[in-house]
Design a protein around this ligand. Structure first.
Ligand SMILES: Nc1ncnc2c1ncn2[C@@H]1O[C@H](COP(=O)(O)OP(=O)(O)O)[C@@H](O)[C@H]1O
Ligand SMILES: [Mg+2]
Length: 169
């Protein structure tokens, strides 16, 4: 499949085969040229310590590939586990995981605007404080609370999108 064909099939009826292929590449040794494979097929957004993030064509969505599959559980494993436990009153802050493969090599979620990609202001200190207060009131704690892990949704609400380190106390 050439790139145009892949993008067309993705933006029409969502075809996750290419995610599986890229996810497997990161999961199984040797992991040579996995990023090249991803870069050829999808539009790169950003990376963190544990995930590579790409735009899902034709949707307001991103896909995160776990690049720490030797970590057991991986960041994707943890995020998917935590996603099911997020209490309703924290859902305003923490996005839903929309889809993932069986081995959690990839997961998808809503795409947010970020200072790095979209040139918006970083999350104001007051909003970050409010998030921490809401976590505390719900009996939760999250590691990695920092501006690079927040983005803004369509309604202007800040979302904490990097949450494998969230726990109920
Ligand atoms: N839902 C999202 N919308 C827009 N950009 C995102 C989203 N999730 C992640 N990103 C971008 O990708 C980067 C890495 O993703 P992140 O979830 O923080 O991975 P890691 O666990 O490796 O830190 C983020 O810093 C951000 O720039
Ligand atoms: Mg991060």
């Amino acid at each position: 499949m050439n790139q145009e064909t892949i993008l067309n099939s993705l933006s029409g009826n969502m075809d996750t085969k290419i995610f599986d292929e890229i996810g497997n590449c990161f999961y199984e040794e040797p992991r040579v040229e996995c990023k090249d494979l991803a870069d050829r097929n999808l539009e790169y957004v950003d990376r963190g310590q544990n995930r590579l993030v790409y735009d899902v064509p034709g949707k307001n969505q991103i896909v995160k590939f776990a690049i720490d599959p030797n970590a057991n559980p991986s960041s994707n494993d943890m995020e998917i586990l935590i996603d099911e436990k997020i209490p309703p009153n924290l859902r305003g802050w923490i996005p839903n995981i929309e889809d993932h493969d069986e081995r959690n090599t990839w997961l998808t979620m809503e795409k947010f605007k970020t200072p790095r990609q979209d040139g918006i202001e970083r999350i104001p200190w007051d909003d970050e404080k409010e998030f921490k207060k809401d976590l505390e009131e719900s009996g939760w704690r999250c590691s990695d609370i920092r501006p690079s892990n927040f983005g803004k949704d369509k309604d202007g609400q800040w979302k904490f999108f990097d949450f494998p380190g969230c726990r109920s106390l």
